[in-house]
Design a protein around this ligand. Sequence first.
Ligand SMILES: Nc1ncnc2c1ncn2[C@@H]1O[C@H](COP(=O)(O)OP(=O)(O)O)[C@@H](O)[C@H]1O
Ligand SMILES: [Mg+2]
Length: 257
Amino acid sequence: MESSVKVTSLKKTFKLSKKQMKIDKTKSNLKIAVNDISFEAYPNEIFGLLGPNGAGKTTTLRCISTLIKPDQGEIKLAGIDIKEDTKVKKHIGFLTNELKLEEQMTPNYAFEYFGKFYDLTKEQIEKRKEELFNEFGVNKFAEVKIGDLSTGMKQKVSIVVSLVHDPDIIIFDEPTNGLDVLTARTITDYLKNLAKNGKTVIISTHIMSLAQKLCDRIGIIIDGKMVICDTLENVLKEYQSDDLEEVFFEIYSKEAC
Ligand SMILES: Nc1ncnc2c1ncn2[C@@H]1O[C@H](COP(=O)(O)OP(=O)(O)O)[C@@H](O)[C@H]1O
Ligand SMILES: [Mg+2]
């Protein structure tokens, strides 16, 4: 099977400010956030980028989504190098809790705004809106200002907005963070459905039980390095365990030595 996302030897370093160097108690003004990471994600599968806070998950996903430029390495989407074809961006939907929508906009307005941004026709936008607003129950508050919505509702709006162009590759940073159990379930069920329908889904999470329920393939990152990357089944087999959290602790304690 051909991979739809191929990351090879990805490296990203940040320059730290003097203040940040103090906070991090470091003498170096460089922070290696992602250190030589490689992995592949496939259609019909959910790939989980796992690791503790600060491991380098968000940085990796932001590089794939072309929001930031890597220092080194290669990223291919459907076989195309993102450096060579910037239009390839259209194939990606990047979902993050940090997406800040204009508080004065309504969900209807925001959806149309992003639809136009992706050059969709009015008819295409309407059709997509009907599908997605139904799926996520956004219709009920489609004309309420985003600033007046609850966290869960805002999250749903940012999801539907990020999916307006029906991307083949869906990248979701910490998909259930800060959500109530019902909203979280709506989202994980939807991600499973996307994969079932041939999309490539990549999520990041520090919650191993979520990854075990959701992911077909996983990569564990610790301190910017990929320490294991395989199908969930193979990882559990290798460690003779049925509990990914236990496997993670075992790997983590070895790495920390
Ligand atoms: N813009 C930035 N400037 C400086 N350091 C950063 C920046 N973004 C991330 N980092 C650092 O890089 C490391 C990896 O961060 P991140 O990718 O956000 O981790 P994760 O998503 O796994 O929690 C952390 O130590 C973080 O503090
Ligand atoms: Mg993160």
